[in-house]
Design a protein around this ligand. Structure first.
Ligand code: APR
Length: 238
């Protein structure tokens, strides 16, 4: 894998062993909440207090969780490879706290909030920012309400031009911890495969798009990924 252009896409499964719920497992977040109640622009308009409370709870949880060995393994891989891009569907900050330097959050981030007036982002994770009270921005003359910096269903994922360019140019495409349910993230492996590149999956179970992968490693990312990363870094430069 040395010298090759590697793109990695992670999903909720990589944070599961850190104690962050996934979405579609039996104990997943979408078993507890309806997407249309807490993760759409219409929900935010209709019941902002419910949506805000949902995200404030997930933001508070960031203080209680730690990166797991899978996050650390991807940071080690980034250090060991010349060309690696880490794209995540996750909105937690565990990749960064696990040592990854360059993380592309295509579905937004919990630790930042966005001014509803200007669209400007602020890092707002002080204790005073984590109550259920709405927060206002520091960028407008008249402070405006801030919204979660999250891509809701029906909104366009972020950084897609860069993501498609990276996937089009990559020579290895690896997915860790995603069920392959949500477009356009779930389509990236098909683009890579159409380009004839090596596609690798690390997941607890076979996801919807499992047939698109050349190599499938079923297991817990925290247990499987560290060994795989050591093997990938030891691979002779082909
Ligand atoms: N190690 C590896 N894989 C795991 C682990 C683990 N410890 N635990 C769970 N998984 C796998 C599950 O088998 C499942 O295939 O992770 C996947 C999680 O799938 P989802 O819960 O659907 O999460 P994800 O694919 O990231 O969802 C994509 O959907 O709701 C939206 O915006 C949200 O970013 C999210 C997107």
């Amino acid at each position: 894998m040395q010298g090759k252009r590697v793109v990695i896409l992670t999903g909720a499964g990589i944070s599961a062993e850190s104690g962050i719920q996934t979405f579609r497992d039996n104990d997943g977040l979408w078993e507890e909440y309806h997407i249309e109640d807490v993760a759409t622009p219409e929900a935010w308009r209709a019941n902002p207090a419910l949506v805000w409370g949902f995200y404030q709870g997930r933001r508070r949880q960031l203080q209680e969780v730690q990166p797991n060995p899978a996050h650390n393994a991807l940071a080690a891989l980034e250090q060991g490879l010349e060309h690696m891009l880490l794209i995540t569907q996750n909105v937690d900050d565990l990749h960064e706290r696990g040592g990854s330097q360059d993380v592309v959050h295509m579905h937004g981030q919990l630790r930042t909030l966005r001014c509803e007036n200007s669209g400007h982002r602020e890092l707002r994770m002080d204790p005073a920012d984590l109550t259920d009270d709405f927060l206002t921005c520091n960028c407008c003359v008249e402070p405006q309400r801030m919204r979660p910096d999250i891509v809701w269903f029906g909104e366009r994922p972020m950084h897609m031009e860069d993501i498609y360019a990276a996937v089009d140019a990559c020579e290895v495409f690896i997915v860790v911890g995603s069920s392959g349910h949500v477009y356009p993230a779930s389509d990236l492996v098909h683009i890579a495969r159409a380009n004839g590149v090596r596609t690798v999956l690390v997941n607890a179970e076979a996801p919807l798009n499992v047939d698109a992968f050349d190599e499938v490693h079923l297991g817990k990312a925290g247990e499987v990924l560290p060994e795989l990363v050591n093997a990938w870094l030891a691979e002779e430069t082909a």
